[in-house]
Design a protein around this ligand. Structure first.
Ligand SMILES: [Zn+2]
Ligand SMILES: [Zn+2]
Ligand SMILES: [Zn+2]
Ligand SMILES: [Zn+2]
Ligand SMILES: [Zn+2]
Ligand SMILES: [Zn+2]
Ligand SMILES: [Zn+2]
Length: 1754
């Protein structure tokens, strides 16, 4: 590394030279130069290597300072001819900026598009422009930018309306036409031209330079050292891990450095990983190459000379500089464009811009980004040059795409990505099509890249390699380009455009021809297929092309000439396809019902068949479009229809539909899932528009041109059903065909499918061109049928409707006419419900229903009808009329073959048993008959005027069947069936048919045009019983139909059921739970005084009231809670908490050294205990837990999966409610105390206690001495007071199991609270238990305030039980600890109140949370009291503690009170005069102790107000504590909200309502204490320090405020940069909802080490901010994230909703989102009540995939 050392010295040596440099002089020299190019190059050759790349680490500070000074400044001087700042300002002033906003988007920045006005969805606005635009009030879409692209504000072509925002509104005179150069002097133009051409050339040369050790001519450095860089380049093949691992090996760096290298390589595209002499770098290179070449191609590494790297660095800088300088003036920008596009010496495509584009794939990411940015801010911003650039881009298109396909970088880093900026501009797109033949170029380029064909020239994706798959993925972006070009349809056509479009159409047909018939399948018989064939690639292609195909048709539709030409071309393409493959088809003749037709022999079940028929389908689309034209109506003979061969048209679509039918019938089971998937997508909303729908249209088109009998015979033949219906005695199927049962079943399904197809061919008329409808009618009908299934949310409807290329469904225009919107509540989402009057449009055989949809819709519709008291029959709806070209289709209904089929099925149905017909089959037949009748009614209605009625369905069905069978007519059959007992289900339909027939007959008879009466009338004779029976039968039938589906959903439903009912289950249990019986509360008091909870006068429970019976949830045995009984425990969850923290900046404590005895009033870390309230025997629980442990061990060994709970950490799920738990709390009875009379008053008691303390202290010290621990001298031997037996060891009253459980819970609290290993001997165990008790009570107190609930009586039972057992446990936990330890704790605690010089490290009153102190004192005191035999009572002591702590708290409040605001009026002053004066006096006493430390206050009113407000939370917490400790019921005033709370609390706590009397009544005693507190040095320090004091009352913490509009958050996140990787955009910005910190989540750059593991930013933050629990908002995803620890997490619905009452997780829909306060409060409540971890547990139990996520990396 010697070289490096030397070089670092260089800059300082050169400093002088730099200082003497004058940019002005240099520029002046250049002005005189004859060869400016040479001069500038010399300058660069000299200076660039002196500034850039001088050491291993680049030194940006130096460069940023020196480069402008030495390199850019002379250029600017030269350009301006004067001081640059002056010159540039002048330029800016003269500039008339164009009206384009052109703001370039950052990654993740919000973009807005108007669904109503944008020319296409790529037209977007930046946030600023959007807010100033008219579209704000429109229906808009909000997305986040992927980076790149710019704001289209001001582009009149991008917006149909409102192209300008307020800011970019052009001022009246039209400046856009003026030449921007007009304002500039000739000289300046010339100078600018010179500079730009030299610098741009330099930059282009350097960035495209591929020699590692040489420089271009004229740039060779004066001195050349042996300094090299080992440069590592980015690729998308190697993973982060591979790169990091390799680097550690190759250049001996730490893992951290390697991560940083890898991150930079990924971001910038390259990074030097070693600097030094050539040898040194070469060595690293070889290691890297060797290590990465094994599986894939090696990482790209180059050893480059430092001067080359330096010039490349400056070249990037120079491009950035160009981008900056052209911002001053449009004139500069135009000159730069001119320079860039000027043709170079090599002729065509040799300009600098061309050179850059053509080298794009060779450059590294960073370089590409910089020059793409420059293109965007120059070429694409200049109207004239944008066009010229677009032409160059189009000329190079094929080459650029080929480079891109070979390259491995993402498209956003490729120059090809700029296509969207040009191709979406309609005028440019049109120009490129006509002048550069762009359409043809794109399509040809695309086809060229898909080279895998079969013998017939069709695409073949089978057996294609990963390499080809990769290429296939990349080449798909060409389809995107084609889409851009086609997205706006021309309003006017020129002959040239027609010519070029049709040329493109030809190319497109070539593409489709390669797809026609691809991926053919053959039915597998015998064995199951061995390997699932590849099918996805072909479908991907189809899916990607779907919109293109639709757009092609729309272009054709906009010009009649083009349409007819395109139609001809398509037809000849189809003919060509058909001639291509003849699968040995033999001609045959079919005869039926006196008709005959010639066709070929072909069986779908035996020969090849393909789902891909894009050419046929395109023709079908064009045919429907032709049908809408004027020509079709007036002169159909002019259409090229004569060339059509209808049988040829229908052949392939029919085969495809038969294939679907056969798959449904189970005939293709052995072909595996790939076929099932293909059929699924064929019908799926994403594909069906250009697949299934068009096949249907093709059949309609073909059938409309054929004799309906012929058509149906061919259909029967392809369905392989011809033999069934053609035989003379087909009506006796049951007797004849007793073949295999499976075959009969199969044929039944095929007949059903065939009938359904006929229904669809005649009935589907909602495509414009087929029926006389508009596209909005089609959408409306689609919506109606979705809503007939059930009410749906907006997003569900959107998903069910096909989207066009603009991602619009047309739903908004029509939804209100067919549906009503219902708003959501706190959960769920808004729903659309069908308008009742639209139900009549319902068609049971709607072609887009799946079988499941159909049965659901049928059930729902019948139910509604019944509820309305109507007949539940669902007759076919009235349909729109066919267009003339399709008009003949109605004749299918009355043709002989169909009537024959209908008659046959009805005849079969006469027979009850046999399985030779099915309910569905019959239902379809009845539906078809119904359709015929409805059609006839319509004809009668419309033909009333023109008197032309050749549609006479009733006549046809009244005629008896053909001879020889001489069978009954259809009508006769129906009349017979009407009474068949086995057909109850269909009776209502048959009845409806017969009635309608009667109606029609009457209409026909009265030649007058009396309209038929409503056909759904009720006949009286039918009995209710009949109907019921029919109903039951129908239900059975439905059940049969749904069985399959139900089976599939079974497991899903089970889980759902359990989840739904768990809550119910739990609730009812809580009601019954004996432990929650409220016998303890409200019972009459038995002792002397009423409703006091502390002190000698407190309420005492009688013997019977103390008995408490509970039931174990595991063994169901009842058990009494007794000190000496079997231990009963409560499932509990202990967690660390920062919910109440007032100081999130406090660093976490060192768990090994931290002394938790005193809680700081900032409550920064607490230990919270919660419980689900379920009770077990301790031994039952132990057995259960052991079983869980064992099961978990087995499971982990076998499956290696995580569970939602961590058994090794003692976690388990409550056996009843599955609530997450990690320990158990023992249940204890109330402690027995007797009302002892005479007790010492406070001063006596204090003196006794201090004597006791002295004795204890000296005894403890003596013991320590004896053990040889450092002895303390000067401690006098203090004699203990009377009755105080130092050597006494009290008997533990608890049974062994209770003792065990006391230890268990204590240890768990200690372990979790301090994050340490369990150690039951640790002296901090009892402290943690008391702390958890105090903290939990404080939390609950806050929660009750926040929820505006009264202190008592509103807690759920489980919390009530939890607090009560937690408190009683607290009072008992000393019994299992070392008594000496607890006594010592007590001594130290007391010293904080009664200063004691012998006790050290006592905190000052400002640093103590008084409630914690109170709880600890009360709970530790028994360890001292037990030594006393003189009759001191615990009750008296508790009261004394309460008094002392309360006074201390009042002092604390006064010390920290905020100075009074400037306000004069004192409402209500005087009513509490005494208190106010007392407060004032006490405050002044404090001032005498502290002097200037306290500000002056004159108003006692203000002070008393502070005290009252400040002390309330403490009193409330104390009331809860003593309530649970002593079991005293609370007075009724505390069961309600309202005034007088303070008085009620004081009464209950045995305190005077003037709290200051506590001080004044014992003034002599208190004065020294006060003095002691104030003289603690900490007090003055605290008051004077700049750190904010904790003031009282402490406000409840809330989650941060969120903005009302979600895009404000997106905007905030988009300007957030990763804090670790220097200004880089963060990929997953995530907001902590607790503290508002924005984090760079889910990314390597921000991983940190936590307890020896690498964790993501969120997990790391969670530990600091939430003590392990975190609540985040993932901004890009619009998703709430809950984290707990390192392994647990779940996603939660965000509190943002769109106008349809739905969330948008993943921001996929892009509807504007607004904050829903109610939902946000729900999240806040979960947090405040410490339920986040529990919520995660439930989420993970419900959704196992959540368990597998690596939460710690978020
Ligand atoms: Zn803008
Ligand atoms: Zn604007
Ligand atoms: Zn708009
Ligand atoms: Zn039990
Ligand atoms: Zn439970
Ligand atoms: Zn936070
Ligand atoms: Zn980061």
């Amino acid at each position: 590394m010697a070289a490096a050392e030397n070089d670092r010295e260089a800059p300082s040596a050169l400093c002088n030279e730099f200082l003497n440099f004058s940019a002005k002089d240099t520029a002046a020299k250049w002005l005189l130069a004859s060869n400016l190019h040479k001069e500038v190059y010399q300058h660069l050759a000299c200076y660039v290597p002196k500034i850039y790349c001088l050491g291993p680490n680049l030194n940006p500070q130096n460069e940023d300072l020196l480069a402008p000074l030495l390199l850019q400044s002379p250029l600017e001087w030269y350009l301006c001819g004067e001081e640059p700042s002056v010159g540039l300002a002048k330029l800016e002033q003269n500039n008339q900026p164009s009206q384009l906003c052109g703001h370039v988007f950052k990654v993740g920045e919000p973009t807005y598009s108007c669904r109503e006005c944008a020319a296409d969805p790529t037209c977007v606005l930046c946030m600023q422009c959007f807010l100033g635009s008219v579209h704000k009030e429109h229906r808009y879409r909000m997305t986040t930018s992927g980076g790149g692209g710019f704001c289209d504000c001001g582009d009149t072509e991008a917006w149909k309306k409102g192209p300008y925002c307020q800011k970019h509104e052009p001022n009246n005179n039209d400046s856009s036409q003026k030449d921007p150069l007009a304002n500039m002097t000739e000289e300046m133009i010339a100078r600018t031209y010179n500079v730009f051409s030299i610098i741009l050339k330099y930059a282009v040369d350097m960035l495209t330079w591929d020699k590692e050790d040489e420089l271009p001519e004229g740039l060779e450095p004066p001195v050349r050292g042996d300094t090299y860089y080992c440069m590592l380049f980015n690729d998308e093949v190697h993973t982060y891990e591979q790169v990091i691992y390799t680097l550690q090996k190759a250049v001996n760096c730490t893992q951290k450095e390697a991560v940083s290298f890898a991150t930079t390589v990924d971001r910038d595209g390259r990074k030097s990983v070693r600097f030094g002499d050539f040898q040194f770098c070469e060595q690293a290179k070889s290691v890297i190459v060797r290590n990465t070449s094994r599986q894939t191609k090696p990482l790209r590494v180059e050893v480059m000379h430092s001067s080359v790297v330096a010039h490349q660095c400056f070249a990037l800088k120079a491009l950035t500089w160009l981008g900056q300088i052209i911002r001053y003036s449009d004139a500069l920008r135009r000159i730069l464009c001119q320079v860039g596009l000027q043709r170079g010496p090599e002729g065509e495509n040799s300009s600098l811009v061309d050179t850059l584009m053509l080298c794009d794939s060779k450059m590294w990411k960073g370089a590409r980004n910089v020059y793409h940015q420059l293109f965007m801010s120059s070429l694409l911003m200049d109207s004239k040059y944008k066009k010229l650039f677009a032409i160059q881009f189009a000329k190079n298109y094929e080459r650029l795409q080929s480079d891109y396909v070979k390259d491995d970088h993402d498209r956003e880093f490729s120059v090809t990505d700029l296509s969207v900026q040009m191709f979406t501009v309609p005028s440019l797109a049109r120009m490129l099509i006509t002048e550069e033949n762009l359409m043809t170029t794109i399509i040809r380029t695309f086809v060229d890249h898909l080279r895998h064909r079969d013998l017939q020239g069709r695409f073949q994706f089978e057996r294609y390699t990963a390499q080809q798959a990769f290429k296939f993925r990349r080449v798909q972006s060409l389809i995107g380009d084609l889409k851009y070009v086609l997205i706006s349809r021309p309003t006017e056509w020129t002959d040239q455009l027609r010519e070029k479009y049709l040329e493109g159409f030809d190319a497109f047909l070539e593409l489709l021809k390669c797809m026609q018939g691809m991926d053919p399948v053959v039915r597998q018989v015998g064995q199951h297929i061995e390997m699932e064939p590849e099918w996805e690639a072909a479908f991907t292609l189809q899916m990607k092309l779907t919109h293109i195909i639709s757009m092609m048709q729309e272009w054709c539709a906009s010009d009649e000439k083009v349409l007819i030409e395109a139609y001809k071309k398509c037809l000849s393409a189809l003919t060509h396809c058909h001639s291509g493959f003849t699968d040995g088809e033999q001609p045959i003749t079919l005869c039926m019902c006196g008709h005959s037709v010639d066709t070929i022999r072909y069986c779908v079940s035996q020969e090849k068949v393909s789902i891909h028929l894009p050419v046929s389908r395109l023709l079908a689309g064009l045919h429907a479009l032709l049908s809408t034209t004027e020509v079709a109506y007036r002169f159909p003979e002019q259409l090229p229809l004569s060339e059509l061969s209808p049988p040829m048209l229908i052949e392939h679509p029919l085969r495809c539909l038969v294939l679907c039918a056969q798959v449904h019938a189970g005939m293709w089971r052995r072909n595996g899932f790939s076929l099932v998937n293909q059929i699924y997508y064929y019908h799926n909303v994403k594909c069906r528009v250009e697949m299934f729908d068009k096949d249907l249209i093709m059949l309609q088109a073909g059938a409309s041109m054929m004799d309906p009998n012929h058509f149906l015979m061919i259909v029967l033949s392809r369905f392989e059903l011809y033999h069934i219906f053609s035989s003379a005695d087909c009506r006796k199927r049951y007797s004849r065909e007793n073949a295999h049962k499976d075959v009969v079943q199969q044929n039944n399904t095929l007949i059903e499918e065939m009938l359904h197809l006929v229904i669809m061919i005649v009935g589907e008329r909602y495509t414009a061109g087929v029926g006389q409808v508009e596209s909005s009618d089609e959408t409306r009908r689609e919506i109606v049928h979705q809503l007939c299934i059930r009410p749906m949310a907006h997003s569900e409807l959107v998903k069910a409707l096909p989207e066009n290329e603009n991602k619009e469904t047309g739903m908004e225009r029509v939804i209100d006419s067919v549906a009503l919107f219902k708003k959501p509540g706190v959960t769920g989402r808004g729903l659309y419900k069908l308008r009742p009057e639209c139900a009549k449009m319902f068609n049971l055989y709607f072609h887009h229903y799946s079988r499941a949809d159909q049965s659901k819709a049928e059930e729902a519709q019948r139910k509604i009808k019944r509820q309305n008291g109507e007949d539940s029959v669902l007759p076919p709806p009235v349909l729109p009329r066919f267009c003339p070209l399709f008009a003949s289709l109605v004749n299918i209904l009355q043709c002989d073959v169909l009537l024959g089929i209908l008659g046959a099925v009805l005849q079969w149905a006469m027979e009850h048993s046999g399985g030779h017909w099915s309910e569905s089959m019959l239902q379809r037949v009845l539906h078809l008959i119904g359709m015929g009748l409805v059609e006839e009614q319509q004809h009668l209605l419309s033909s009333a005027d023109d008197n032309d009625t050749n549609f006479n369905f009733t006549l046809k069905i009244s005629r008896p069947g053909e001879a020889p069978a001489n069978t009954p007519s259809i009508l006769a059959l129906l009349e017979t069936l009407q009474n068949a007992p086995h057909l109850e289900v269909h009776k209502d339909m048959i009845r409806w048919i017969l009635k309608t027939v009667a109606n029609i007959k009457t209409t026909r008879e009265c030649t007058a045009s009396a309209p038929p009466s409503d056909s759904s009338g009720h006949s009286q004779e039918e009995t209710v019983r009949d109907k019921d029976k029919a109903e039951r039968k129908r239900k059975a039938e439905m059940a049969r139909l749904r069985r399959e589906k139900i089976m599939a959903q079974m497991s899903e439903m089970q889980r759902h059921f359990i989840n739904e009912n768990k809550e119910l289950f739990q609730q009812s249990l809580e009601e019954l739970d004996p432990s929650t019986s409220s016998t303890l509360e409200h019972s009459p008091s038995s002792c002397d005084s009423a409703l006091v909870c502390v002190g000698p006068r407190r309420w005492r429970a009688g013997g019977s009231e103390r008995r408490q019976m509970v039931t174990c949830i595991l063994c169901q045995e009842e058990q009494e809670i007794r000190t000496d009984g079997k231990a009963m425990v409560l499932a509990a969850f202990v967690q660390r908490s920062t919910v109440m923290s007032k100081n999130r900046k406090r660093p976490p404590h060192n768990p090994d050294k931290y002394d938790p005895l005193f809680m700081h009033p900032d409550l920064s870390f607490g230990t919270h205990t919660g419980s689900c309230g379920h009770i077990m025997h301790s031994h039952c629980w132990q057995r259960y837990f052991e079983a869980v442990q064992a099961k978990e061990q087995r499971r982990q060994q076998r499956l290696r999966v995580h569970t939602s709970y961590d058994v090794e950490n003692g976690e388990f799920l409550c056996p009843l409610c599955e609530c997450l738990s990690n320990t158990v709390i023992p249940l204890l009875p109330l402690t027995k105390t007797s009302c002892s009379s005479e007790q010492p008053d406070l001063s006596q008691w204090l003196s006794i206690t201090s004597q006791q303390m002295k004795a204890l202290l000296s005894a403890h010290r003596k013991a320590a001495d004896a053990e040889g621990v450092d002895a303390m001298d000067g401690v006098n031997d203090c004699p203990p007071p009377d009755g105080f037996r130092l050597d006494y060891t009290p008997k533990n009253p608890y049974s062994s199991t209770i003792k065990e459980m006391l230890t268990t819970f204590g240890t768990a609290t200690y372990k979790v609270g301090l994050k340490v290993h369990p150690n039951e001997q640790d002296p901090r165990v009892p402290i943690m238990c008391w702390g958890s008790c105090a903290y939990t009570i404080q939390c609950i107190e806050r929660l009750l305030v926040d929820e505006e609930k009264p202190l008592f009586g509103s807690l759920p039972c489980r919390q009530d039980d939890c607090l009560s057992s937690l408190t009683r446990f607290g009072s008992a936990c000393w019994t299992v600890s070392s008594h000496t330890t607890v006594q010592n704790h007590f001594i130290r605690l007391l010293a904080a109140l009664v200063p004691d010089p012998r006790v050290e490290n006592t905190p000052c009153v400002l640093d103590i949370d008084m409630f914690h102190l109170l709880v600890s004192l009360v709970l530790s005191h028994p360890a001292v009291l037990c030594l006393d035999s003189s009759g001191l009572s615990a009750d008296a002591a508790q009261l004394h503690f309460l008094h002392l702590v309360t006074v201390a708290h009042i002092v604390q409040i006064l010390l920290t009170s905020v100075p009074e605001e400037m306000r004069m009026e004192q409402e209500g002053g005087g009513a509490e005069r005494e208190e106010e004066e007392n407060a004032c006096m006490l405050y002044n006493t404090l001032r005498t102790h502290l002097g200037s430390g306290l500000h002056e206050v004159s108003s006692g009113w203000h002070l008393w107000r502070c005290v009252k407000a400040g002390i309330l939370p403490y009193l409330r917490a104390a009331a809860l504590f003593f309530h649970y400790l002593n079991g005293a019921p609370a007075p009724p005033e505390l069961h309600t909200l309202g005034a007088g709370e303070l008085e009620a609390l004081c009464g209950y706590l045995c305190l005077p309502s003037n709290l200051l009397q506590l001080y004044y009544n014992n003034r002599e005693l208190m004065e020294p204490l006060l003095h002691g507190w104030c003289s603690h040095p900490g007090v003055l320090q605290g008051l004077q320090s700049s750190v904010a004091l904790i003031r009282f009352p402490r406000e409840s913490n809330r989650l941060i405020e969120l903005p009302g509009d979600y895009s404000a958050l997106i905007n905030q996140a988009s300007s957030f940069t990763c804090p670790k990787s220097g200004g880089d955009k963060s990929r997953a910005p995530t907001l902590c909802l607790v503290c508002g910190a924005m984090l760079c989540s889910q990314s390597y750059c921000c991983q940190t080490e936590l307890e020896g593991e690498d964790v993501g930013a969120c997990t790391a933050h969670t530990f600091a901010c939430g003590a392990g629990v975190g609540i985040f908002l993932r901004v890009r995803e619009s998703q709430v994230l809950f984290l707990a620890g390192k392994t647990k997490g779940c996603f939660y619905a965000p509190p943002y909703l769109d106008d349809y009452g739905e969330t948008d997780q993943g921001l996929r829909r892009g509807n504007p989102l607004h904050l829903c306060q109610e939902r946000y409060r729900k999240v806040q409540k979960l947090w405040r009540q410490h339920s986040i971890t529990e919520e995660i547990g439930h989420a993970q139990e419900a959704n196992q995939t959540l368990v597998g996520i690596d939460w710690q990396h978020l």
